[in-house]
Write a protein of this length. Structure first.
Length: 311
């Protein structure tokens, strides 16, 4: 028995290391995707970006689904699936709308708070209970949002409100996903892509700009890189426990700060940075509390790690 456990432990450790590497790669791909998205929405409308990005993602996803022999059929709870698709579309539209006017790191700071909202909303929408440590972590997370947002007539801009609304939509999206956890991942992703595609089709007649070859390649690459990021993140969660790899998603804010400065000259404000640190600390505390609860044999609540917007 001990010999078998000893021989398996190196495999487990190597799987965890590989899982962490894939998570870091996936986060970097999402960060690059966000940079490309911010660059493209400076020229093209949100609807046009979503249309072309979704078309490219669909061209990649459908062959994968065919290879995995995923059946295309109406899933159980179609009403809840429709709600999830609407939330996903609103979330990604808000993200693109916000990064048009705000630094990338500012938008990502608001989105990093989504797991805090999930923990709070789950009490009312899923009937989950919160113990005092989780309540404290959620309260600290909300303080971080207020520090970053600094709500006042002078500082509260419409793009900031849009980013905050997007993070709320994302948190509700994660809750509906939790309710649909028996649905294959490919079907869930397909619904999100189709929702964004329909939104783009409805919106592009109002603001169409014919892209040049380079921009067209960038628009299609947007969807492909997003799909690659999802593959890396999903695979990492299969190779290692979520409690091991999820904290590495917080490196997204580091990439947002660095890449935002390199590509757009964005300089993160002091209070935004302080708010991001508070939010990340609260999110990590929730992850740690969940991991400890699972080790004690309690049912894990799957408090999600930071957001990886599908930009």
């Amino acid at each position: 028995m001990s010999t078998s456990a000893t021989s398996l432990s190196p495999r487990i450790r190597s799987g965890a290391v590989f899982g962490i590497g894939l998570m870091l790669l996936g986060v970097f791909l999402f960060a690059m995707n966000d940079v490309m998205g911010k660059w493209l929405v400076a020229t093209y409308s949100v609807g046009q970006v979503l249309f072309l990005r979704s078309a490219a993602a669909l061209a990649v996803l459908l062959p994968i689904m065919r290879g995995q022999k995923v059946r295309l059929q109406v899933p159980p709870q179609p009403g809840l699936h429709f709600v999830r698709i609407v939330l996903s579309t609103l979330e990604v539209a808000c993200f693109y709308g916000a990064v048009t006017y705000l630094p990338l790191a500012d938008v990502m700071t608001y989105y990093l708070a989504a797991p805090i909202y999930v923990a709070a909303f789950a009490v009312f929408l899923l009937g989950e209970r919160l113990d005092p440590p989780r309540i404290l972590a959620i309260a600290v997370g909300f303080v971080g949002v207020l520090v970053a947002l600094r709500p006042s007539p002078a500082t509260l801009s419409l793009p900031a409100v849009i980013a905050l609304a997007g993070s709320m939509f994302y948190s509700l999206l994660m809750i509906t996903t939790r309710r649909l956890r028996e649905t294959p991942d490919a079907i869930l992703v397909l619904g999100q892509i189709l929702g964004a595609l329909v939104f783009g089709i409805l919106a592009i007649p109002f603001a169409w700009v014919t892209p040049g070859p380079i921009d067209l390649a960038g628009l299609f690459l947007l969807g492909i890189v997003s799909m690659a990021g999802h593959v890396c993140v999903n695979r990492s969660l299969k190779l290692a426990p979520a409690s091991v790899v999820a904290p590495y998603q917080y490196t997204l804010i580091v990439w947002a700060i660095v890449l935002g400065y390199l590509f757009f000259g964005d300089v993160v404000g002091f209070w935004t940075l302080i708010g991001a640190v508070i939010i990340c600390s609260a999110g990590l505390a929730l992850l740690l509390l969940e991991h400890q609860a699972a080790r004690r044999g309690r049912i894990a609540k799957d408090i999600e790690a930071p957001v990886l917007p599908e930009a």
